[in-house]
Design a protein. Structure first.
Length: 269
């Protein structure tokens, strides 16, 4: 005879009592199903916790990766700017004939061993090497900046070169849209503003370093003759005045009365 289990339900309200009978095998099946449900629920909760933890870890790594990329981009930009500054300084120094100090070799490290004393290291420097000052004098820094700004090293307008310097062409032509701003490429004094039969509206700037820059075919001039200006100051706008078939800027560079190739001095936009 198979054993059976009875489940009696007695309601609090005094209603009819209900009795459910289940075999021993059925009870085992129900208990197994209940255990599976509890175990499955626990496994799902555990896996969900792992997924949440991995998601949080991935977000943290993603944020850290983004921060590293930002720092790397800043470092790369700084390296690029430093390299450009060093190149610009060397080029300007060469153009101005400034003799640059040679780079000193690294200090020598001599390692000596004594039977009585532990190993020690001694740093020796070449006799001619002099330790540089911690900071440069302000007047030297300002002088260097002034010398750099006195060389026509920036592009005079936003455009592209359509005709280069040659034996038959006294400067460089920059094609640009009508009304594009034109800027001074160096520190100096505006020595001429007027009309030229070939170049139309012209601005000429000179400085004490012997440079003279010429800006031709301007549509409109904003500069004032006799005024001292600095690198990057607005002097006018691209036009097509004089002998010109389309809007462009004719740009010349002179040094001590001798015509120069402007592209030799152009370093940055």
């Amino acid at each position: 005879m198979h054993k059976k289990f009875s489940i009696i339900i007695i309601p609090d309200s005094g209603g009819r009592t209900r009795t459910y009978t289940i075999s021993r095998f059925g009870a085992r099946v129900l208990i197994g199903i209940f255990i599976c449900i509890i175990g499955g629920t626990g496994w799902l909760i555990f896996e969900y916790g792992n997924i949440v933890e991995k998601s949080l870890r991935m977000n943290a790594l993603k944020h850290e990766n983004e921060e590293m990329h930002k720092k790397y981009a800043k470092l790369e930009l700084f390296t690029q700017e430093f390299t450009e500054f060093k190149h610009r300084t060397n080029k300007i120094a060469n153009l101005l004939g400034i003799r640059q100090a040679p780079e000193h070799s690294s200090p020598r490290v001599a390692i000596s061993f004594s039977s009585n004393n532990p190993p020690s290291s001694q740093i020796t420097s070449p006799p001619s090497q002099v330790k540089p000052p911690a900071t440069l004098p302000k007047d030297l820094i300002s002088k260097e900046k002034e010398e750099q700004s006195s060389v026509p090293s920036i592009y005079p307008t936003k455009g592209w070169i359509t005709q280069k310097f040659s034996s038959t062409h006294a400067g460089v032509d920059f094609a640009a849209e009508l009304g594009t701003p034109v800027f001074s490429t160096m520190n100096g004094t505006i020595t001429f503003i007027g009309w030229d039969e070939a170049l139309g509206n012209v601005v000429k700037i000179t400085n004490k370093q012997g440079f003279k820059t010429v800006y031709g075919h301007l549509a409109r001039i904003t500069a004032v003759e006799g005024v001292h200006i600095t690198t990057g100051n607005l002097i006018g706008f691209v036009g097509s005045t004089g002998k010109s078939s389309a809007p462009h800027l004719h740009y010349e560079v002179w040094l001590n009365g001798t015509l120069q190739d402007p592209e030799r001095y152009l370093i940055r936009r």
